[in-house]
Design a protein around this ligand. Structure first.
Ligand code: NDP
Ligand code: X2W
Length: 347
């Protein structure tokens, strides 16, 4: 198999590490550049001894300089950078002919006004928004195939959008009643020094945060509105829980009159029966993070609360994998005509 020359920009962070974990063994990838300002000049296996037996262990971290990255022959770059920073580097690398798979939020929103509202600063590259594809492979496979710029979805949005889409498309729920409660492991916040993320602040503890307007609401509502063909506004309550990785989400919504459990099951089945990374658990089964961490699967179960006439959707994924690196590699596979599962079959 011809190997695609690939760069990871921001390879020393948590999602960068997750990309490394998979791309180092991906049969169609040759890593040519891995960047980190802090680690520039150090070998991959010096920074991450866990990769010491990997085929690219001797690769050296370099500065995130677009000319340097392009000079390695890289054809594709994964950007695992903070939002705001990613857009600038995306532009420079697109100009140098690379395809971009961006894990940040910079190209996820169609509206620059909504970006500014939720991210607190003007959009850094409005002219590129038109060509960006929101890379949720289960719903955008065709557009991903021909994309040059992929905006890989956020971790919470993936866990909320995928279970809800089939119900909205089939008009089974009253979208004004949607409430999503999510719990995320601490790696979701990135590999940075932050007092609130210290072990003693998080361990043996759990708390809601980011209410009432977490920035992920913007892309969740964007995608749900497209599915419902009208404006959807939801309540979203994220929580931080003391695990390294994993997101579990419980989403509820009132059923439209007369909608049955069988219709819910059928809508989910017809949407995802053939999806490589969606596992439907069926009625009465709660998804569990320990079944998905370190895999690219999202598990989805559901139950009906007949007392309130609400559906309860229960989903779980790994925020670093299906919620970030794995999903981005799923898009990479689609862009290059590979089976979506290539390199991602970890159980
Ligand atoms: N963590 C998660 O679960 C998820 C994260 N994401 C998104 O993915 C992106 C990466 O997240 P994550 O891996 O958690 O972040 P981390 O903070 O763990 O890593 C950030 C990486 O970017 C580099 N970096 C930071 N600032 C700059 C800069 N100004 N210029 C160039 N490089 C820089 C860092 O290395 P250095 O500073 O040495 O250059 C590091 O390699 C973010 O946009 C995040 O929101 C998306 C889905 C899930
Ligand atoms: C636990 C935790 O702090 N999670 C992060 C989610 C990060 C992420 O995946 O979001 P973006 O890619 O959109 O930045 C948060 O709530 O900000």
């Amino acid at each position: 198999m011809n190997r695609i020359k690939t760069a990871i920009v921001g390879a020393s962070g948590y999602t960068g590490m997750e990309l490394l974990r998979t791309l180092l063994t991906h049969p169609a990838v040759e890593l040519t550049a891995v960047t980190s300002r802090a680690e520039a000049g150090k070998r991959l296996d010096e920074v991450f001894p866990r990769f010491s037996k990997a085929r690219s262990a001797a690769l050296t971290f370099c500065e995130p300089d677009p000319d340097l990255i392009a000079s390695t022959g890289a054809e594709v770059a994964f950007l695992a950078l903070p939002h705001g920073v990613a857009a600038e580097i995306a532009r420079a690398l697109l100009e140098r002919g690379l395809k971009i798979i961006d894990l940040s939020a910079d190209f996820r929103l169609r509206s620059p006004q909504v970006y500014e509202e939720f991210y607190g600063h003007p959009h850094p590259a409005t002219d590129l928004l038109e060509e960006a594809v929101y890379g949720l492979p289960e719903i955008r496979e065709e557009q991903i195939k021909n994309a040059k710029l992929i905006a890989s979805p956020g971790c919470y949005p993936t866990s909320i959008i995928l279970p809800l889409l089939p119900l909205l498309r089939n008009d089974l729920i009253d979208h004004s009643t949607i409430v999503a409660n999510s719990m995320s492991g601490v790696s979701g916040a990135g590999r940075k020094a932050d007092l609130t993320l210290l072990f003693c602040e998080c361990n043996e503890s759990a708390r809601a945060y980011g209410v009432p307007k977490h920035r992920h609401l913007s892309e969740i509502e964007q995608e749900l509105s497209i599915a419902a063909a009208e404006n959807v506004t939801i309540s979203f309550i994220p929580h931080l829980i003391p695990v390294n990785s994993g997101i579990v989400t419980s989403t509820t919504a009132r059923l439209k009159p007369g909608v049955s459990a069988e219709q819910i099951e059928q809508a989910l089945e017809s949407a995802y029966a053939d999806a490589a990374f969606v596992r439907l658990l069926g009625r009465g089964k709660a998804a569990d993070t320990k079944m998905v961490t370190r895999t690219n699967f999202i598990d989805i179960g559901f139950e009906i609360d007949s007392r309130t006439n609400r559906v309860i959707l229960m989903s779980a994924e790994d925020n670093l994998c299906k919620g970030a690196g794995g999903q981005a590699i799923q898009s990479f596979n689609i862009m290059h005509g590979f089976d979506q599962r290539t390199g991602l079959e970890n159980w």
